[in-house]
Design a protein around this ligand. Structure first.
Ligand SMILES: Nc1ncnc2c1ncn2[C@@H]1O[C@H](COP(=O)(O)OP(=O)(O)OP(=O)(O)O)[C@@H](O)[C@H]1O
Length: 458
């Protein structure tokens, strides 16, 4: 798919028409924030983008957007298109990673040639990289023993974290729910020089704002009414080791300031104590939200964003790496053989093929739960499509007396994702109608779509 970004509707329409005629699928947007949403949600062949989005004709906005895109998806080629083309801007754009630079009004033939060349070159680079990343080689260098996957995009993630694990660089792990963010964070720690020191996980989404400081920095007895004893904060517990800040996108603005302070100078104050304490931690953060977009909407502090993402990795959702599904299923089955003492469990090839086609919005976690439930419920050792599909239905359709799935069948988040997808399907991707049906405003509905990376197909 080709993404076209231009604030001029006429340009979007004519580019889209010309590319469609040449056989490309296109999606067009009018402003940078929308563009980033598409970049996060889709795998794109190429991006064609304007350099100016307001009255300012310096091309600065375009350069900023280009850098953001390259940060998210370095391998996707980007062609810059502008009516104010100038050599210095072209040079700046190429330096920032653009594949080509075209002036408006463009020549149709040249445009197509440029698009084709950029796509071909990026494929060649991709293939070269594919050859160079081998799972075997990575396993010789690093300990990724609990992590299954051979997809090239996934291996790129492993290669990056392997390379940076020995440094103290802060890492931001982005990915949908259940893609293995925590597993990757643990692997960074395991492969670092801090591996013998603590790895402390904090679920920031689960800490009420009022308790944030006491939880993160600790308190002295009597610091506030309920402080009956001294308490050690998470940062101190992680001293000399790694702190894993999960769901960092859920932190509210007041807590973000406090987090920024400790991350900036590695000092903090225990509640009820006036002296500052120093801590030595490596910081790994994770989120399934689009932080870049939150920064634009002033929901996430830009300074904190830059502080946590010296290195960013995006774990591809399972639907982008279906080839890993059989490997994961085999791995889970082998584990369950031991755990449930069923040494003869097997799955035939056609069942594996069927599993590969499943949408699995809950990613690896959903697949693991599905396999486990099927193993538990099926008495036969040979597991077939009907056994898995019965369990799938039991998640999506089995209702308790009260009309809800049975407890343990689904997490609240999985239910929310399923309901949003169902409403979109029912209303033929009409977001307004789907939002009303679920009792949400359009904005709130979009925020959830973005949170769960549900693409806007309208
Ligand atoms: N590549 C993988 N190989 C083996 N197991 C995996 C892999 N990825 C994920 N898992 C397993 O799937 C489950 C979910 O993984 P994890 O908790 O790391 O996901 P997450 O992205 O942190 O999820 P959330 O965003 O909901 O916190 C875990 O049981 C984990 O061990």
């Amino acid at each position: 798919m080709v993404l076209i970004i231009d604030d001029d509707e006429a340009v979007r329409t004519s580019l889209s028409l010309q590319l469609k005629q040449a056989g490309y699928l296109t999606v067009s947007v009018g402003e940078p924030s929308e563009a980033l949403r598409v970049v996060y949600a889709h795998r794109l062949e190429i991006i064609l983008m304007d350099m100016n989005y307001s009255k300012d004709t310096s091309g600065e906005e375009g350069l900023r957007l280009l850098k953001q895109i390259k940060n998210i998806t370095p391998s996707t080629p980007v062609i810059l298109i502008t009516g104010w083309g100038s050599i210095p801007l072209a040079v700046e754009g190429m330096k920032a990673g653009a594949a080509d630079f075209i002036n408006k009004p463009w020549d149709y033939k040249y445009l197509l040639q440029s698009v084709r060349t950029a796509i071909r070159l990026s494929k060649q680079v991709y293939e070269k990289q594919s050859v160079s990343i081998s799972r075997k080689k990575l396993d010789q260098q690093y300990d990724f023993s609990q992590i299954i996957g051979e997809d090239q995009d996934f291996l790129k993630v492993l290669k990056t974290i392997g390379t940076v694990s020995k440094t103290n660089a802060s890492i931001l792990i982005q990915g949908e729910s259940g893609t293995g963010k925590e597993l990757i964070a643990e692997a960074v720690h395991k492969n670092s020089q801090r591996s013998n020191q603590p790895f402390v996980k904090v679920n920031l989404g689960g800490i009420p704002t009022a308790l944030f400081e006491s939880e993160m920095f600790g308190h002295k007895k009597g610091a506030f009414t309920d402080a009956r004893n001294d308490r050690t904060g998470r940062f101190e517990l992680a001293n000399r080791g790694t702190i894993f800040l999960d769901e960092i996108g859920d932190l509210d603005l007041s807590c973000q300031v406090k987090m920024l302070r400790v991350l900036q100078d590695r000092t903090f104050e225990v509640l009820g104590e006036s002296q500052k304490r120093t801590v030595d931690v490596r910081v790994i953060s994770a989120t399934n939200r689009n932080l870049q977009r939150m920064v634009e909407k002033i929901e996430f502090r830009e300074d904190l964003f830059y502080r946590i993402n010296l290195i960013t990795v995006r774990i591809p959702p399972l639907r982008e790496r279906p080839g890993d599904i059989p490997l994961l299923v085999d791995y889970f089955i082998n584990n369950f053989k031991k755990i449930y003492k069923r040494p003869h469990l097997i799955i035939d090839k056609s069942t594996m093929g069927w599993l590969k086609e499943l949408p699995l919005p809950g990613n690896v976690r959903e697949l693991k739960n599905l396999v486990e439930r099927t193993v538990l419920v099926t008495e036969r050792d040979s597991l077939g499509v009907e056994d898995f599909s019965a369990q799938l239905q039991s998640i999506t359709r089995k209702k308790g007396k009260d009309g809800l799935p049975s407890v343990g069948a689904m997490t609240l988040e999985e239910m929310e994702i399923s309901m949003i997808q169902k409403a979109l399907e029912f209303y033929d991707n009409n977001v307004s109608k789907a939002a009303v049906a679920l009792g949400l405003s359009r904005g709130a509905f979009y925020r959830r779509m973005e949170k769960y990376n549900i693409p806007d197909e309208a």
